[in-house]
Write a protein that binds this ligand. Structure first.
Ligand code: COA
Length: 352
């Protein structure tokens, strides 16, 4: 068995900066409200009709591949985490393979749909492949183009102000040094409140879970159906739905719990963490977690202030940024943790 190590990293954020004041032109919100509740000052939006989750993921991937010092043809497996894919199907894994120009290698590609925990789930999957010796250069990408799917009217303001676009990628390789690399990963889920942070339309539910009426589905015995109805469009049911207070309350419990699980498993305490990279859900959530773990400001890296919540991309962007800013040194204990839709949550401990 090998340990897997992050041999290369890269991230891409679109050029277009969107401030809180910019959003206040479209909906009843304010810079003060957004900063006070979320810590967010601005976010990036991709160029619509030109950029997608895949194109941004490919830019991040190119940097991670170069950073690892390998050729793109050496990539032997692709894992792509996103909740905002280019298509309903096929997934972004195959699209990014094409975008990178490595279709000739015909390596496997999968998509992971675990939203805000998507990167940690993907890292854990990649880690298992590398540990067993099955693959040597696994490309893990988290990328989101939220801006195409948000409601820019006041009714969508609690969700829309939080999210931004971007992509991050890492390249995982085996190392024979068992004291280094990914030491442990922990993945959890509880589907009880699945719809409390969800985009449920379009989908194959046909009214199941929440009633036919609400979606305008006819009740008949004919085979076949439709993923999206006119009523869904008319009622604006095609946008994400979020029970903010429930998400907040659950997140501040599950973050510390899953971090402690990773620390206990490896005989560490919170004081041993050199750098915590929490999923950038909300600065207030990260600050709460930091306080619960008793960490100083220089033991945590947050960048939600400038990028918003980029879901599956947030951890690889923040991790790469922290490394580039010299905040992570060889031998450091790095902790990654996430919570989000599902609900799903997870953690990873890495000895750098
Ligand atoms: N601008 C101004 N007012 C807003 C607003 C916005 N963008 N969004 C919501 N409001 C209003 C609400 O309509 C509500 O008004 P009312 O009291 O007149 O009904 C009021 O603010 C309070 O709403 P509430 O949802 O209770 O606010 P909150 O204090 O819980 O803050 C969130 C809302 C979304 C910032 C907060 O719940 C949160 O961050 N939750 C976690 C979200 C998250 O992390 N999501 C990603 C998961 S990975």
């Amino acid at each position: 068995m090998y340990n897997s190590k992050i041999a290369g990293m890269g991230y891409y954020v679109p050029e277009k900066v969107v401030t809180n004041d910019d959003l206040a032109q479209y909906m009843d919100t304010s810079d003060d409200w957004i900063q006070e509740r979320t810590g967010i000052k601005e976010r990036r939006y991709a160029e619509k009709h030109k950029e997608t989750a895949t194109t941004m993921g490919a830019e991040a991937a190119k940097k991670a591949i170069a950073d690892a010092g390998i050729n793109k043809e050496d990539v032997d497996f692709i894992i792509f985490a996103t909740l905002s894919p280019d298509y309903f199907f096929p997934g972004c894994g195959v699209l990014v393979q094409r975008e990178l120009g490595i279709t000739d290698t015909e390596v496997g590609a999968i998509d992971i749909r675990n939203q805000c925990s998507g990167f940690i789930y993907s890292l854990s999957v990649a880690d298992q492949f590398v540990k067993t010796g099955m693959y040597k250069n696994v490309l893990v990408i988290g990328a989101e183009m939220h801006s195409m799917g948000l409601d820019f009217n006041t009714r969508g303001r609690n969700v829309t102000v939080i999210f931004g676009d971007g992509a991050g990628a890492v390249l995982l390789q085996p190392t024979e040094d068992n004291s280094k690399g990914v030491l442990t990963t922990h993945l959890h889920s509880n589907g009880t409140n699945a719809e409390e942070l969800a985009m449920i339309t379009p989908g194959s539910h046909g009214g199941y879970h929440l009633g036919l009426e609400q979606f305008g589905f006819p009740e008949d015995d004919k085979p076949g159906g439709i993923y999206i109805t006119q009523k869904m469009l008319d009622d604006h049911l095609i946008y994400p739905n979020m029970n903010g207070p429930l998400v907040f309350k659950t997140a501040v419990t599950k973050f510390p719990e899953v971090i402690k699980e990773a620390l206990d498993k490896t005989n560490h305490t919170a004081a041993d963490i050199d750098m915590l990279i929490p999923h950038q859900a909300n600065l207030r959530i990260s600050q709460f977690v930091q306080r619960m773990l008793g960490l100083n400001d220089d033991q945590v890296h947050n960048n939600i202030q400038k990028y918003g919540n980029t879901t599956a991309a947030s951890i690889p962007i923040a991790l790469c940024e922290a490394r580039d800013e010299g905040k992570i040194k060889e031998g450091d204990l790095v902790c990654l943790a996430a919570f989000g839709s599902g609900f799903t949550w997870g953690s990873a401990l890495i000895r750098w």
